[in-house]
Design a protein around this ligand. Structure first.
Ligand SMILES: CC(C)(COP(=O)(O)OP(=O)(O)OC[C@H]1O[C@@H](n2cnc3c(N)ncnc32)[C@H](O)[C@@H]1OP(=O)(O)O)[C@@H](O)C(=O)NCCC(=O)NCCS
Length: 179
């Protein structure tokens, strides 16, 4: 289980007992609005259980991010297997304490997760997706180098915009196949 350290953040893998630590962040209506709405206690417990199980099954997942200066939980985010647009993908996602929006924290944890995906996990590509109106998340994707791909895709019964990022060493051949 990998701990990630960035300039301002420390990310620890989400474990099955992380519910109380994440409740404040994930039940904040400002944060939940673009994540499918405020989860019930049962839904939150299920989410945390799935995220903890993902780590056990795959050796990566979402991290719980603390401010290194204060120890406060300020975000959750990282990498997850997902089927989106009919394809099995690894996505990078993020959610940041609304009182800390605009400080670059999503970009910082996102960059660490991307580096982990292409470094330690040796993935060739990852995706990120969000509701079309979520311009903040789209901006984070763009800052990390992701490129918009195709038409909108359905996820959880709603249209989303899909972005993709290829590993730095990955090139596309003339037929668009991965080298
Ligand atoms: C999306 C989210 C994680 C971004 O977190 P953050 O730490 O504020 O993001 P950052 O500060 O790293 O970057 C935000 C960027 O979006 C820009 N931005 C903010 N509002 C914007 C808007 N309405 N339109 C365009 N860009 C916008 C900021 O200016 C900044 O870009 P810049 O660095 O070029 O100035 C945060 O808003 C959040 O938790 N939202 C709720 C959960 C969510 O929607 N998660 C994503 C689901 S896919």
């Amino acid at each position: 289980m990998t701990v990630l350290v960035t300039a301002r953040l420390e990310g620890t893998p989400i474990t099955s007992d992380a519910g109380p630590l994440l409740a404040g962040l994930l039940t904040d209506p400002r944060v939940a609005r673009t994540l499918g709405g405020v989860p019930s206690p049962d839904a939150l417990a299920g989410m945390v259980a799935r995220q903890a199980a993902h780590w056990v099954a795959h050796g990566f997942g979402y991290w719980l991010w603390r401010d290194r200066a204060t120890g406060a939980v300020v975000a959750r985010g990282g990498l997850h297997h997902v089927v989106v647009g009919g394809r099995a993908e690894v996505e990078v996602g993020w959610a940041v304490d609304a009182d800390r929006w605009g400080e670059g924290l999503a970009s910082e944890l996102g960059a660490a997760a991307v580096a982990f995906a292409f470094g330690r996990l040796d993935l060739h590509e990852i995706v990120s997706f969000t509701l079309p109106a979520n311009m903040t998340s789209r901006r984070v994707m763009e800052k990390l180098g992701f490129a918009r791909e195709g038409a909108q895709v359905e996820h959880a019964g709603m249209d989303h915009v899909l972005y993709r990022l290829l590993a730095p060493s990955t090139t596309t051949g003339p037929q668009g196949e991965l080298a």
